[in-house]
Design a protein. Structure first.
Length: 127
């Protein structure tokens, strides 16, 4: 009797939800704290890091201040709350968020190891 062969479907490893996988540099943390203070938001408010469709490369990063929502992954950096929704997490896990200042202005810079391509503006990517 011939042996039956089973084909196994290989699933990607699950993302560890206990760690948001987004790192804020000390400069980014300080800048976000300054901005939160100026806005006068509650202590529950934090930085929401998200990904939306669009931009010149397919996805774009989105930063705003928000309270934690159901299903969010939350992490705290020296008292700063950071929230990431479940849909965005697979696209940005492992990303480092920095704040840079230079001759062409200042702003947040994303270093995303999951991005296969980024645009010149640095705010959109493809995965």
């Amino acid at each position: 009797m011939p042996e039956e062969t089973q084909s196994a479907v290989v699933e990607p490893p699950p993302i560890d939800r206990s760690v948001a996988g987004v790192i804020l540099t000390p400069r980014a943390q300080q800048r976000v704290k300054e901005m939160l203070s100026k806005e006068g938001l509650s202590e529950k408010a934090g930085l929401r890091v998200a990904v939306t469709g669009g931009g010149c490369s397919g996805f774009q990063y989105e930063l705003n201040f928000d309270d934690r929502k159901e299903g969010d992954v939350a992490v705290t950096f020296d008292g700063l709350n950071v929230y990431i929704d479940e849909i965005s997490l697979p696209y940005i896990a492992g990303t480092t968020l920095d704040f840079v200042e230079g001759l062409h202005g200042a702003g947040f810079r994303f270093e995303n190891p999951r991005a296969s391509r980024t645009c010149g503006c640095g705010s959109s990517f493809s995965a």
